[in-house]
Write a protein that binds this ligand. Sequence first.
Ligand code: ATP
Length: 236
Amino acid sequence: MLKVKNIDVFYGKVQALFNVSMEVHPGEIVSVIGSNGAGKSTLLKTIMGINRPVSGSIEFLGKTISNLNVHRIVTEGIVYVPEGREIFANMTVRENLEMGAYSKKYSKSLLEEYITSAYDMFPRLKERSRQTAGTLSGGEQQMLAISRGLMSNPKIIMLDEPSLGLAPVLVDEMFEAIVKINRDRKIPVVLVEQNAYMAMSISKRTYVLEVGYIKESGDSNILMNSSEIKKAYLGG
Ligand code: ATP
């Protein structure tokens, strides 16, 4: 459903992605792993239209999107949750969720349905419904950022480092939630992660980015058993 074909991306004169191709099929969790600066965030931002590829193309559901602006790409049903939890700090948890549905003009009952589903996914958010989002813990803000993204009922969601900075117990909770989003709501997920082991464990396929190139890609189970991948990304 999402096809990135041979894209080259530059920041000024510096090339960040070289001939990168990636596909996401309906229903899949696909992970993108790689060291710091490999280009993982750049890939997501390019799919979102924040960066422009100088060559290659990006298609979503058969339509070329690499010439559309961010707003149009969001309208196509792609949601991107950036690294660093950009929530509305001065609004409450509930208001943040409502903002996620803002463009959708849902009926009151449908809005409540989506909010209930966010609270079912992360009960911690329900307890803090009236709390100002800026006072949530880092992990709770991450949960809120993802839940807000889901409020628009996207056709695909792309998560940039959702486990970053979370306490170990919350890391497990976060990965369980990602599996649930994918399984229960049938939303395909692109998962960019430094936590390669967890990302590969829950994803069907993995792409390995190294300094702007796709170094390896394939079935996550098979890649996890490759001695090269184990050595480079899974701590031996
Ligand atoms: P990390 O895991 O550290 O977030 P990443 O794999 O997501 O890394 P990117 O953030 O995509 O990597 O960065 C890829 C390369 O592009 C890096 O060399 C980075 O310094 C460079 N880069 C990223 N954003 C910009 C920018 N706005 N201007 C210039 N260079 C940039």
